[in-house]
Design a binder for this molecule. Structure first.
Ligand SMILES: [Fe+2]
Length: 246
């Protein structure tokens, strides 16, 4: 199991100048009031109650597509159980579509969490179908502090994210970039929401990757966070890491 993928990914972020957005001081001292995501048609992002509209990410103007799904009670219970059983989880594997067994063998598994594995399997399949690919880089982490605390864009084509427990990813609408960002401009995905984040690596999207960061909370949290990436990104990161170690 790969344990240090966060260290690797940190080399593939475009960290944005703090003063350009929100100062560090503000991050620490003021309780951030974030907008929860509403169904809307803002420019550059598409938000819907239906998974089929995740395909809106293919529109040139959109750099995030959000499926505002709600987790049912069983999934919420299973997520709590999952994090109890796997408090330090750092799952990171390239997996094929419908690889439930492979994932189950890598974690502290019991049948109470099967519903989450099945849900992740559906999301993997959704990502594969959208992009016509057969495998993905899947990560599932139990975390209690921001993984990427500064606003940044990623050198990826596109990434799917969802949070099963704890606060969701924060992001800024593209039409507000280059403006004086207020805390109230920061959007936050809710628990269960599934989002496709378009990065700098998407052809023609250079300079317009989604600006985002890990959630900032004043209180401690336990977060169960999933990301799905293209396998090519996994290989690129490992290649860069190996070259650095030579
Ligand atoms: Fe990121």
């Amino acid at each position: 199991m790969q344990k240090n993928h966060e260290k690797i990914t940190s080399n593939n972020h475009h960290i944005l100048n703090d003063s350009f957005f929100i100062t560090k001081k503000t991050d620490k001292s003021i309780k951030i009031k974030t907008k929860t995501t509403k169904v809307n048609d803002f420019k550059n992002h598409h938000i819907s109650n239906y998974s089929t509209y995740l395909s809106e990410i293919f529109k040139k103007e959109n750099n995030i597509a959000i499926w505002k799904r709600k987790l049912n009670t069983d999934l919420i219970k299973a997520s709590n159980h999952f994090i109890l059983k796997n408090p330090n989880l750092e799952f990171s594997k390239v997996i094929k579509k419908n690889s439930l067994k492979k994932m189950c063998s890598e974690i502290e598994f019991d049948y109470k969490i099967l519903i989450i594995i099945e849900d992740i399997n559906k999301l993997v399949n959704e990502f594969c179908d959208l992009f016509n690919i057969k495998s993905v880089w899947l990560r599932l982490d139990a975390i209690n502090k921001p993984m990427c605390p500064k606003f940044h864009t990623d050198d990826v084509r596109c990434r799917m994210v969802t949070t099963y427990r704890g606060p969701g990813t924060q992001w800024i609408p593209q039409n507000l970039i280059d403006k004086n960002i207020k805390e109230s401009d920061i959007m936050e995905l809710d628990i269960g929401h599934v989002a496709l984040l378009k990065g700098e690596g998407w052809q023609g999207n250079e300079g317009n990757g989604l600006v985002h960061r890990s959630p900032h909370k004043n209180t401690e949290y336990k977060r169960l966070y999933m990301t799905i990436d293209f396998v090519e990104f996994y290989h690129k990161l490992n290649h860069n890491r190996l070259n650095k170690n030579i």
